[in-house]
Design a protein around this ligand. Structure first.
Ligand SMILES: Cc1cc2nc3c(=O)[nH]c(=O)nc-3n(C[C@H](O)[C@H](O)[C@H](O)COP(=O)(O)O)c2cc1C
Length: 367
């Protein structure tokens, strides 16, 4: 048992995570035509060998036209499952644990994403007044839910240790949560967040039914979205409780609470500038384990990083103090693990001088 709280084991249902470090899901686009190959297996193997407690894969598309926004994003259906089986084998060969992040981008466009009839979302909007694609019918919604559930069942069958649903950052599930993109008046919409959360609730129930009671199900959520960094789905703790409670009841075991900077308090008006972050409030309100994430061990945040800003290694002291007081249970680490598969081992052994900067160039190769 280490004095460093990052290196204390954590029980999650039948699993024991050897430490609190979770590799954050990061799209790498190295799977041509959606097929993850040997290079992808090797990439995840190295992070397992490098001491990551739980790897969450890059977002991987469920079987629904328009789920992926890039032909090089891996699928999680059909022949791609063979490639994922090899990923699991490689990670387990290093005694690592791994969960796929199941993803559907909805109507959110980028240069390579689905357009027109291929793109689907609650109302065809991806932000207020902006449309791309079409509004989902009841049959589309049912098929999308079934696609997530099938993928979760496949994850379990392939030997993955858990599964994560991507409910954050303005993609499909979040497009249902957000009142600006979900103005439906049927059972998938409504005036309140709990009503608009019904899609996620039904999705979680279907996933839970597919994997049974013992398989850990994680849902990733964010208050912010790419379309609006300042937005808060739940502006008060009561609203957060009304959002997360039904998700927990429907089968979510862990809330992965995405922030761009983990140290930012969620409700500073209530507990001050050093107050609980999103993962802190989610844990307090639901009693469920939570994962924090956002600029851990780095000076700059990831959206600016996408725009070319580099980041330097930063102190972990503030993070460790919060972890020590159990504000959250697990810690997502993103870019630091892109540039250095051995980040966890170096932190464990106090080799801070060996930690490297993050630059956008590191996205060009899979190391
Ligand atoms: C290259 C890149 C790709 C990303 N892809 C995803 C993704 O597929 N799914 C997701 O939920 N978040 C994604 N993110 C966000 C990360 O999971 C993480 O929340 C973010 O990078 C903040 O953590 P960091 O500051 O430690 O990098 C991505 C981030 C980066 C840098």
């Amino acid at each position: 048992m280490s004095n460093n709280p990052l290196f204390r084991p954590f029980p999650l249902k039948g699993l024991t995570l050897p430490n609190r470090i979770v590799m954050a899901p990061m799209t790498r686009s190295f799977s041509p035509a959606g097929q993850p190959g040997a290079n992808v297996a090797e990439y995840y193997r190295k992070r397992a060998a490098g001491g990551v407690g739980l790897i969450i894969t890059e977002g991987t598309a469920v079987e629904r036209v328009g789920a992926a926004n890039d032909p090089n994003v891996p699928h999680f259906f059909g022949s791609a499952l063979d490639g994922w089986g090899q990923v699991v084998k490689a990670v387990h060969g290093e005694s690592g644990l791994i969960a796929p992040q199941l993803w559907h981008v909805g109507a959110l466009p980028n240069r390579r994403s689905p357009k027109g009839e291929e793109a689907e979302s609650p109302t065809g909007h991806y932000m207020p007044g902006k449309t791309n694609g079409r509004a989902m019918t009841d049959a589309d919604v049912a098929d999308a839910i079934a696609a997530f559930a099938r993928a979760a069942g496949d994850a379990m069958r392939l030997g993955f240790d858990a599964v994560e649903l991507h409910g954050a950052h303005g993609y499909l599930i979040d497009q249902f949560f957000w009142g600006a993109t979900n103005t439906r008046s049927d059972r998938w919409g409504g005036d309140t967040l709990p009503l608009r959360a019904r899609f996620a609730v039904e999705l979680l129930k279907a996933v839970r039914a597919a994997v049974g009671p013992d398989f850990p199900v994680i849902i990733r959520l964010s208050q912010w979205k790419q379309q609006d960094f300042a937005f808060r789905l739940a502006p008060t703790p009561d609203e957060m409780a009304a959002w997360l409670g039904p998700l927990a009841d429907a089968g979510a075991d862990v809330f992965h609470c995405s922030q761009r900077r983990f140290w930012e308090p969620e409700y500073p008006e209530l507990d001050g500038p050093e107050g609980l972050n999103f993962a802190g409030w989610a844990k307090k309100l639901t009693g469920k384990p939570t994962i924090t994430v956002g600029s851990v061990g780095l000076t700059g945040e990831f959206v600016a990083g996408m725009g070319g800003e580099s980041s330097k290694p930063a102190s972990l002291d503030g993070l460790l103090a919060r972890l020590e007081r159990d504000e959250f249970d697990l810690v997502g680490v993103g870019r630091a693990l892109i540039v250095d598969p051995d980040w966890a081992l170096k932190v464990r052994d106090g080799r801070h001088g060996e930690l490297t900067d993050y630059t956008t160039e590191s996205l060009m190769t899979l190391v």
